[in-house]
Design a binder for this molecule. Structure first.
Ligand code: CA
Length: 493
């Protein structure tokens, strides 16, 4: 009798202790989170783009929701820091520019990260693509920030083929140098597919896929530009790069389907900032300006989310949300702890994404940096010193990434990809220009209504000043004198 009881007890314990399979998870989805780099708002077919074919990302839109008012930061690193932490970059000193290869800082180590939170809730976590949040010591690298797996590069603007940035080699697996050869978009797609196929089936998967595409330098195998002979120069190359990224995303979606994971996988796709050189290289539609600015063309990006049975197919969510919101939203979906020591800026926007409910987000701090920034409250947006680009200096070109390759004659010489907004907004007295827009009535920000609405300006300015006072000093700094590029980024020579 005693033995039978023991066996029954052991059986009961075994059943209770059985690992929670992803299929059982129900409300604990796999999360496949794809970010494009520097893609134009209207270059997505689902946002009305006609010139470039994006069937894979359009299929995510068809299977889920187009997020019409999805906001990010004006450049790469701040958006990624917001996503990783649920906190505005001004709280981390990351509000100016990007984390440069030589930077002696990164995303501060006291920050709690999304993959750490998901991992503690039982997720397998992976990053495949661009990190861009610092390499100054190994403690800043992805596997030290909550990722079980890492594959890809640390810096922005790597050469797609040689994987070199500024003379240093920048391709890694699990934060060790990796010599896989090939076009980076292909490698990123291939590794993402492998991780889906070979995932730990006892755990839900968080797969973060930040492509370096379609950022400069503009490089793509010729086969991808062939359908775009009607386009000229860098625009044509960009079209091919986008087509290659869309193809890789198609392979990731196929892997999700092949593994029967559609019903328990949330898929998100968006750009990390607006398109640079809008009207020349990228297309931000009717939105004003582009990358590096706090105008809509810089911070409002193409975005979609799909999860079978949870997000209505073919829906359009025209409600404001910010990438900072994805941190608590995803942690809650994963059943992870959201409470933490450092205060969150993000809000749970799941009900808005899933069923179009009114967004809980009533204000967005687009940015605050010395002398410039922007805030949206309701339909109103205040821009301070807006025409000054947040990028420091020109965007890197192929020559920066790999001088030898750039010296070869190219059929399509890459132009500087950066927006380099004209620095024309200074008032005669040197103070920053103040602009007020009603972005509901005037999403193209054509008419500055600041003078006609002094009370609105005062109201938004007061709130902006409260938030700006919470900022820590920007960490951005010029390259240190005597800095020597390591052979491999993230390693000491
Ligand atoms: Ca970017």
């Amino acid at each position: 009798m005693k033995r039978v009881t023991t066996v029954l007890c052991l059986l009961a314990i075994a059943l209770l202790a059985r690992p929670m399979l992803a299929d059982d998870a129900g409300a604990r989805p796999n999360i496949v989170y794809i970010i494009a780099d520097d893609m134009g708002y209207a270059d997505a077919g689902f946002n009305g783009g006609k010139e470039i074919k994006t069937p894979a990302i359009d299929s995510i839109a068809a299977a889920g929701a187009i997020l019409k008012q999805f906001y990010v930061q004006p450049v790469c690193s701040p958006t990624r820091a917001s996503f990783m932490t649920g906190r505005y970059p001004m709280r981390m000193g990351l509000q100016v520019g990007v984390v440069r290869p030589w930077a002696e800082y990164g995303m501060p180590l006291e920050e709690q990260t999304l993959p750490q939170g998901l991992k503690s809730a039982g997720y397998e976590t992976a990053i495949v693509g661009k990190w861009h949040l610092g390499t100054v010591t190994p403690a800043y690298l992805p596997t030290a920030r909550g990722f079980d797996h890492q594959y890809g590069h640390y810096n922005g603007a790597i050469d797609y083929n040689t994987h070199i940035r500024d003379g240093g080699f920048d391709w890694h697996k699990n934060d060790k140098v990796n010599r896989d050869e090939g076009y980076s978009t292909h490698l990123i797609g291939r590794e993402a597919v492998r991780l889906i196929n070979e995932r730990d089936k006892n755990k839900p998967l968080f797969l973060y896929v930040p492509f370096n595409a379609v950022h400069a330098p503009h490089q793509v195998p010729d086969e991808y530009t062939k359908p775009y002979d009607n386009l000229k120069g860098t625009r044509k190359t960009y079209a091919g790069m986008l087509a290659a990224m869309d193809e890789a995303i198609g392979k990731i979606l196929k892997a999700i389907d092949d593994n029967g994971l559609r019903k328990n996988t949330l898929i998100v796709f968006h750009s990390d900032n607006g398109g640079p050189s809008p009207g020349k290289v990228t297309d931000n539609g009717s939105l004003r300006a582009g990358k590096g600015t706090v105008y809509e063309g810089g911070v409002r990006v193409c975005a979609v989310a799909a999860w079978e049975g949870h997000i209505k197919p073919g829906s359009v969510v025209d409600q404001p949300m910010h990438v900072v919101d994805m941190y608590p939203t995803l942690l809650k979906l994963a059943g992870a702890k959201v409470e933490q020591k450092l205060p969150l800026d993000g809000m749970d926007v799941w009900a808005t994404i899933a069923s179009g409910q009114t967004s809980p987000r009533k204000e967005i701090l687009h940015n605050t940096a010395p002398g410039r920034g922007a805030i949206r409250m309701g339909d109103w947006k205040l821009v301070i010193g807006g025409n000054i680009s947040e990028t420091e200096g020109p965007e890197p070109t192929a020559a920066d990434a790999n001088p030898a390759a750039a010296a070869k004659p190219a059929a399509d010489a890459p132009a500087a990809g950066g927006p380099r907004q004209k620095r024309q907004a200074r008032r005669a007295d040197g103070g920053p220009q103040i602009e007020l827009f009603n972005v509901a009535k005037d999403p193209s920000e054509k008419t500055n209504v600041a003078e006609a609405n002094p009370d609105k300006v005062k109201e938004l300015r007061a709130r902006y000043d409260v938030l700006a006072a919470q900022a820590v000093a920007p960490k951005s700094a010029p390259k240190a004198a005597g800095f020597k590029t390591p052979k491999v980024w993230g390693e000491k020579d």
